[in-house]
Design a protein around this ligand. Structure first.
Ligand SMILES: [Zn+2]
Length: 82
């Protein structure tokens, strides 16, 4: 989509980072900049909550593995010492 540059009024793509005619930036700060910021913020929050969930999920997993290892060790060690 083409929009008018606010500096030189030339036809400029709304996806362009700056006006190729006069170099004015940003062409549409309300449209271009907050999208990038919120997108980065969303990715950061997703990563943050993923790490939180991962750390919570790791706790029962470690307990299960430790319990299983203790039970297996408790069953096997008398057999091994017979
Ligand atoms: Zn321009």
């Amino acid at each position: 989509m083409l929009i008018d540059c606010y500096e030189c009024k030339a036809q400029v793509s709304d996806s362009a980072a700056s006006c190729p005619h006069c170099g004015a930036i940003p062409l549409d700060p309300a449209r271009s900049l907050p999208v990038d910021v919120s997108d980065l913020d969303m990715k950061f929050r997703t990563m943050f909550w993923f790490l939180i969930k991962l750390s919570f999920a790791a706790v029962p997993a470690v307990i299960v593995i430790y319990t299983a290892w203790t039970v297996i060790g408790g069953v096997l060690s008398p057999l091994l010492h017979m």
